[in-house]
Design a protein. Structure first.
Length: 157
C-alpha cells in the first residue's frame, strides 16, 4: 500500500496509526469539542495510565475511532505497525520493538468507573486495559500469569 497514496481523490491511511481522522464537517467539530471536555475530566486517569505503563507505551491519547472497545494500541506515524514487526520476526529479522500509543475510548463505561477508584486499583485496571489491547490486535502478552491473576483480582473485588 506504500505505492498507492490516494483513491478517487481521497487519501489512504492506515487504521493502525495515530491521529486517524474519520470525522466529516460539523460532526468532527462537535466531536473535537467533546474531546476537549473529556480531556479535562479524565486527565487524572490518563496521567496515571501514562505513569503506570511508561515502560510499555509512548503516550495515551483519546480515541475517536473506538466504539465498543475501551482501548487500542496504535503505531506512531513513523513507526512500523505491530503486524509488520511480527512479519519481520517471522522472517528472522531482528527488529526493535517500538513503543506504541494507547488510545482510550473515554465514552466506555470502564473509564467513568476508573475515575472513582483509588490509584492502586486504577494501576491494575491500566495494566488490564493494555493487555486487552494487545490481545485484541493479535499480539501476545508478556506475562500471561500476571494477567490472569489481575483478572481474578478484579473479578472478586
Amino acid at each position: 500500500m506504500n505505492s498507492m497514496h490516494e483513491y478517487d481523490t481521497k487519501p489512504l491511511q492506515s487504521i493502525t496509526t495515530e491521529d486517524l481522522d474519520l470525522g466529516v464537517g460539523a460532526e468532527a467539530t462537535k466531536k473535537d469539542e467533546e474531546l476537549k471536555q473529556q480531556q479535562e475530566k479524565f486527565q487524572s486517569v490518563t496521567d496515571l495510565i501514562k505513569d503506570t505503563l511508561k515502560e510499555l507505551i509512548k503516550d495515551v491519547k483519546f480515541s475517536t475511532r473506538l466504539v465498543d472497545s475501551p482501548a487500542v494500541l496504535v503505531s506512531g506515524a513513523q513507526d512500523p505497525s505491530a503486524h509488520m514487526e511480527r512479519l519481520m520476526e517471522a522472517m528472522g529479522q531482528n527488529m526493535p520493538k517500538a513503543k506504541r500509543i494507547l488510545e482510550i475510548n473515554v465514552d466506555h463505561p470502564v473509564f467513568e468507573k476508573m475515575l472513582k477508584l483509588p490509584d492502586d486499583r486504577k494501576k491494575l485496571w491500566a495494566e488490564v486495559l493494555y493487555n486487552q489491547a494487545l490481545l485484541n490486535e493479535g499480539s501476545t502478552i508478556q506475562n500471561p500469569g500476571k494477567f490472569s491473576k489481575l483478572i481474578s483480582e478484579l473479578m472478586v473485588s
